[in-house]
Design a protein around this ligand. Structure first.
Ligand SMILES: *[C@@H]1O[C@H](CO)[C@@H](O)[C@H](O)[C@H]1NC(C)=O
Ligand SMILES: *[C@@H]1O[C@H](CO)[C@@H](O)[C@H](O)[C@H]1NC(C)=O
Ligand SMILES: *[C@@H]1O[C@H](CO)[C@@H](O)[C@H](O)[C@H]1NC(C)=O
Ligand SMILES: *[C@@H]1O[C@H](CO)[C@@H](O)[C@H](O)[C@H]1NC(C)=O
Ligand SMILES: *[C@@H]1O[C@H](CO)[C@@H](O)[C@H](O)[C@H]1NC(C)=O
Ligand SMILES: *[C@@H]1O[C@H](CO)[C@@H](O)[C@H](O)[C@H]1NC(C)=O
Ligand SMILES: *[C@@H]1O[C@H](CO)[C@@H](O)[C@H](O)[C@H]1NC(C)=O
Ligand SMILES: *[C@@H]1O[C@H](CO)[C@@H](O)[C@H](O)[C@H]1NC(C)=O
Ligand SMILES: *[C@@H]1O[C@H](CO)[C@@H](O)[C@H](O)[C@H]1NC(C)=O
Ligand SMILES: *[C@@H]1O[C@H](CO)[C@@H](O)[C@H](O)[C@H]1NC(C)=O
Ligand SMILES: *[C@@H]1O[C@H](CO)[C@@H](O)[C@H](O)[C@H]1NC(C)=O
Ligand SMILES: *[C@@H]1O[C@H](CO)[C@@H](O)[C@H](O)[C@H]1NC(C)=O
Length: 652
């Protein structure tokens, strides 16, 4: 259940939808008996965040407060008094520019018995930024506070905000609301120019504040700022208080989500490790047994209206729904939507539990923003649940879908189970047009090539006493693992658009026609000089310096030539396997197997890539993912900006 709106019975809905006189009666009925009378006002709007003309917006009891002259810069000031309806209840409220809502929290809610948070996750999430609230010493302080008095947890989410009506592209979010919390009980003099209060501006549509050791009746207020002329409309926010914990949450520093790879219409994400515990532990198994505890949102960045709602579950959820963007929700597990496939995996470095999101139905060559989120407390949501308003990891992950259709995401392989990236494909080749066909092709290829190695390894005296082994440091298990990793990375190329100009990419299969229109690359390009081995001997007759893109093995073929002949993806670029995979193979296996890696300047550069420390995946290794740091944006942004010469080398 994603919408925290109150449920109307069919009869009530019909009543509301009928003639306006009846609807008005219904509204009055609700404002007397229903905690969610604010929802009635919500229903009066047309769902776009704009007020309908001639409609009275203020259903609430209004206390007129002069002409507002006392508040500089506010065009109009109306103060509405309202009351919280209880703990852990999200109440929707509209607010227009210049208005102030004053909320009363009566003492009877403060002295209620806490309902408790529920079991929580098998372990606390750590991530890059350790959550201080989870530290044992801080938790102890919580308990002490509880003993000496009750803490009021106040939080709110902006669900809707004024819309851009200016000319040109929206370049900033509309201004944010502000929360005011009194420093003492009974104080109602809140808002701009008020006294004895703390001011908390909303950030990305989210705000929280707490009042420790409270007693008596408390007031908080929300005020709406003036808006520039290039925005129009009002805000709708969801407000909640609790004595158990925050109803809404936001993590504003750590996206807790990683991009694994994209193709032209889908993207693959994983969460950070959900625990660092070892596989044998109970915590590890408990995590794996959960069914998709997190959800996610993906928004095309050309829909600028989500700016300013990044930290708000309600805001993102509403925006995504109204703009037909991508939403992975618990409902997907029941098959109601097929845009996000979610599941728990252990794939990747360290083999720790994480949740995977396979997002489909994206537009090509588009810039998106992905947000990890939690619907309510993950197992329950809405009113009556501590944390029922949900949580967002508002930093988000910036990503771009690919342009050409000949790279397609592949994962879920049986043998190369660690493979999860885009591979060369051809959506118009009917034998390989779906996920399962492509899976079968690469699966068959790798297992076929593993068996001669496996046979050879069986001839090596592995299981002897250690001094009879081929190496003191490495054994056959290591060799088999190194070979498998190398084989998977080398025979299942990590694919990028041919049009991508990142310098670390190796063009492949340049002589084949494009899969979609039968055209070929430009003759001039194909016949231009390509120097595969800059350090090769320069004596006359060396082929190293006489090559062109069309004549070099390194550029006119895939390393796995069956890809070219069977799948026929056309020209593409490869993120080369990391060179350390080759060195590891050399070092782990018996010398008798004669594995050797090419030398720098003599073929290494056309076969293997180097890892980068900037968060980009500049070479392919199993379990790779993009990560963001201050310097790097993931996906195409950086790649587009980098115009580099192609590295010239020859495949060895
Ligand atoms: C969510 O809340 C429900 C009801 O309060 C509770 O039973 C459940 O254990 C909570 N889930 C988590 C993960 O804490
Ligand atoms: C909001 O919640 C976070 C996480 O629970 C907490 O660290 C932070 O101090 C809260 N902010 C305020 C103003 O209470
Ligand atoms: C909590 O409030 C009570 C009275 O309102 C006061 O006696 C007590 O010292 C306060 N405790 C703390 C830790 O502030
Ligand atoms: C929108 O209006 C504000 C204030 O009037 C102004 O500073 C800003 O430049 C405007 N933005 C655009 C894109 O016109
Ligand atoms: C996991 O096991 C390894 C050894 O098997 C040990 O070194 C490591 O500390 C363990 N990690 C945790 C988090 O228990
Ligand atoms: C998970 O943990 C492993 C080590 O246990 C680490 O290498 C990796 O970077 C962590 N994060 C992700 C997203 O895999
Ligand atoms: C946003 O981009 C998509 C393609 O990615 C396009 O179909 C859509 O029309 C664009 N919308 C706006 C508002 O520019
Ligand atoms: C991947 O495997 C999981 C578990 O076996 C399955 O639920 C999911 O549908 C598979 N995804 C694809 C795209 O094949
Ligand atoms: C599997 O691969 C081998 C060699 O790569 C090929 O001869 C065979 O036809 C393939 N089988 C299938 C079912 O694709
Ligand atoms: C490798 O050979 C061993 C027997 O020597 C066999 O048990 C194992 O299944 C083989 N592995 C693969 C992946 O074929
Ligand atoms: C060596 O022995 C281990 C178990 O003792 C077995 O799993 C492995 O397959 C053996 N390796 C070879 C090459 O026989
Ligand atoms: C091979 O060596 C690794 C440590 O490098 C060890 O964990 C493993 O048990 C060894 N395998 C065999 C079959 O001896």
């Amino acid at each position: 259940m994603l919408c925290q709106c109150p449920k109307l019975t069919p009869l009530q809905s019909r009543l509301l939808a009928s003639v306006s006189a009846l609807a008005l009666l219904a509204l009055i009925y609700w404002s007397l008996s229903n905690p969610h009378f604010a929802y009635a006002a919500e229903l009066a709007h047309d769902g776009t965040g704009q007020l309908r003309e001639g409609e009275d917006h203020n259903w609430h009891r209004i206390r007129e407060e002069g002409d507002g002259d006392d508040v500089v810069g506010l065009s109009r000031r109306e103060t509405k008094d309202t009351q919280f309806q209880g703990n852990n209840i999200g109440t929707l409220f509209d607010i227009s520019t210049g208005d102030l809502d004053i909320w009363e929290y009566p003492n009877r809610f403060l002295i209620e018995d806490p309902i408790g948070k529920g079991a929580g996750f098998p372990s606390q999430l750590e991530g890059k930024r350790v959550d201080n609230t989870r530290h044992p010493e801080l938790r102890r302080r919580d308990v002490e506070e509880r003993q000496s008095g009750t803490t009021i947890y106040i939080s709110a989410n902006t669900c809707r905000q004024p819309l851009w009506v200016g000319s040109g592209t929206q370049d900033a979010s509309p201004p944010q609301l502000t929360l005011y919390v009194s420093n003492s009980a009974e104080n109602k003099d809140l808002g701009p120019g008020g006294s004895d209060q703390q001011e908390y501006p909303f950030d990305g549509g989210f705000v929280n504040a707490s009042v420790p050791n409270a007693s008596g009746t408390w007031y908080v207020a929300v005020s709406a700022p003036d808006i520039p002329s290039n925005f129009s409309g009002f805000w709708n926010y969801e407000m909640a208080v609790s004595i158990d914990g925050y109803f809404h949450e936001a993590e504003t520093e750590d996206p807790f989500l990683y991009l694994v790879d994209t193709d032209y219409n889908s993207a693959l994400f994983v969460t950070d490790n959900l625990t660092e515990a070892n596989a044998s532990t109970e915590v590890y198994q408990k995590w794996l047994n959960l069914s998709a505890p997190f959800v996610m949102f993906a928004v095309n960045q050309n829909l600028t209206g989500f700016m300013g709602l990044e930290n708000s579950f309600c805001g993102l959820e509403t925006f995504v729904r109204n703009n037909s963007q991508i939403q992975g929700s618990q409902a997907d597990l029941q098959g109601n939507s097929t845009h996000v496939q979610m599941g728990m995996i252990t794939r990747g470095l360290g083999q720790k539990p994480k949740e995977q999101f396979y997002v489909t139905g994206l537009n090509d060559s588009s810039q998106y923003m992905a947000f990890l989120a939690m619907n309510g407390n993950s197992t329950a949501s809405g009113d009556g649940v501590v944390g029922g308003g949900g949580k967002v990891w508002g930093t988000g992950v910036d990503f771009q879908t690919k342009r050409d259709g000949n790279c397609q995401l592949l994962f879920n392989l049986t043998f190369c189970e660690e493979v999860a990236y885009a591979v060369p494909a051809n959506p118009q080749n009917t034998d390989f047009s779906n996920f399962a066909d492509l899976q079968r092709f690469y699966e068959n290829f790798t297992t076929t090539w593993y068996s001669p190695f496996n046979y050879t390894l069986a001839q090596v005296p592995c299981n002897t006493t250690s001094d009879a082994q081929y190496s003191l440091a490495k054994n056959c298990t290591d060799c088999a693992a190194a070979y498998k990793e190398w084989l998977c990375a080398v025979s299942i190329p990590r694919c990028e658009d041919f049009s991508n100009t990142a310098p670390y990419l190796q063009p492949r299969n340049v002589g084949q026609q494009f899969y979609n229109n039968g055209s070929m690359l430009d003759e001039i390009f194909l016949n231009s000089q390509y120097i595969p081995m800059p350090d090769a001997p320069t004596i006359d007759g060396s082929i190293a310096f006489r090559q062109t893109y069309i004549s070099s093995f390194a550029t006119n073929q895939s390393r796995n030539a069956e890809i070219d002949s069977t799948i026929q993806p056309g020209p593409y670029k490869e993120v080369l396997p990391c060179e350390d995979l080759c060195y590891s193979l050399m070092q782990s296996c018996p010398a008798s197997m004669q594995f050797a890696c090419p030398y720098p300047g003599r073929g290494l550069e056309a076969s293997y890539g180097k890892r980068s420390s900037t968060g980009e995946v500049t070479c392919s290794y199993l379990g790779a993912y993009y990560y963001q740091n201050d310097a790097v944006r993931v996906g195409g942004v950086l790649m587009k900006a980098v115009v580099g010469a192609l590295v010239a080398a020859m495949l060895v």
